[in-house]
Design a protein around this ligand. Sequence first.
Ligand code: SF4
Length: 74
Amino acid sequence: MSDGFPGFVSKAREILEGGSGLEDIEDFRALLCTDCAFYHHGEEENEECGSFLLLKALLERGAFDLERALRELG
Ligand code: SF4
């Protein structure tokens, strides 16, 4: 099932292993946007859709469990 979210899985693993954090917008993009069909890497005009903003807010508040998400995605 994780085949559908390779970018998310890769970045989430990196974060959980301590190789990366969620420090700036590019970290959130790498986690939440790289699997999105509308994402254009490095382009400033990437919009911040409702899903991105919701998940970013949850992550910032510690209400999004990356470990559990990875488990569920297999
Ligand atoms: S902000 Fe939303 S629409 Fe834009 S690339 Fe990220 S997930 Fe896709």
